[in-house]
Design a binder for this molecule. Sequence first.
Ligand code: ADP
Ligand code: MG
Length: 273
Amino acid sequence: ASDAATPAAKPHQAAEPLAKRGAAVSLRGVSKSYGATPVLRGIHLDVAPGEVVTLIGPSGSGKSTLLRTINHLETVDAGSVTVGGEHLGYTRRGDKLVELPEREVLRRRTRVGLVFQHFNLFPHLTALQNITMAPTALGLLSKDQAATRATALLERVGLAEHTHHFPRQLSGGQQQRVAIARALALEPEVLLFDEPTSALDPELVGEVLDVIRQVANLGTTLIIVTHEIGFAREVSDRIIFLDQGHVVETGTPDQLLNHPEHERTRDFISRVL
Ligand code: ADP
Ligand code: MG
């Protein structure tokens, strides 16, 4: 299987080839090192609009770094990253890429939501205020519009009763659902999840996966880093196995989990399943 292969169309997707529709996210030869340590080594990846892709791989293989390059929290040393065909941090002048001003980067970054392992809610703000913060600060919505949207989102993630609670008054699962609602408030084209259930007690994992499942069904493009292999099998159009900064193998859940081609993939799967 090649990582540039056109994924099978889901019912909500136009049955057109990827090249024609344009990729939601495209990485071309992306490399990144921290000091002398290479972390990403020539990554090629196309994710189609509405596609759900899961990234799996050992700790330290570069999964978080890969996600962070997609919303331009990390710059890359070589190659390019585009979202909807556009660089988030650069604009093209002739054949040169010129850095965009901070304000414009912040504006473009709203097209990509990121949900972290540790929720990263603002502790001094209520659930509602956590959600209204970014859209109002960026001048995208009025205070009233933002509150209306936040209220609807809190209802959608099953937290209508917790609108005015602070993070410390919520369970980990509830905090993560607020974080997902917060990401959705900016109506991102692409939503990235970095081990969204790894910090949760086992009994709270299900409620967060339910919300992610619901978001997946809405047709948002999702890239999910997770160790929940059962969940990955169920929601993914494609699973990508990353090791030492390389895409080792990519395929449908059945291909990758039941019939892995590479030794390293087989090894990893036998250890996590
Ligand atoms: P994963 O999410 O797959 O566990 P990461 O992308 O977090 O992997 O990290 C890949 C490698 O890059 C690891 O060896 C990690 O120690 C290193 N690394 C990550 N972030 C930094 C950083 N900001 N500075 C230096 N090294 C980093
Ligand atoms: Mg990580």
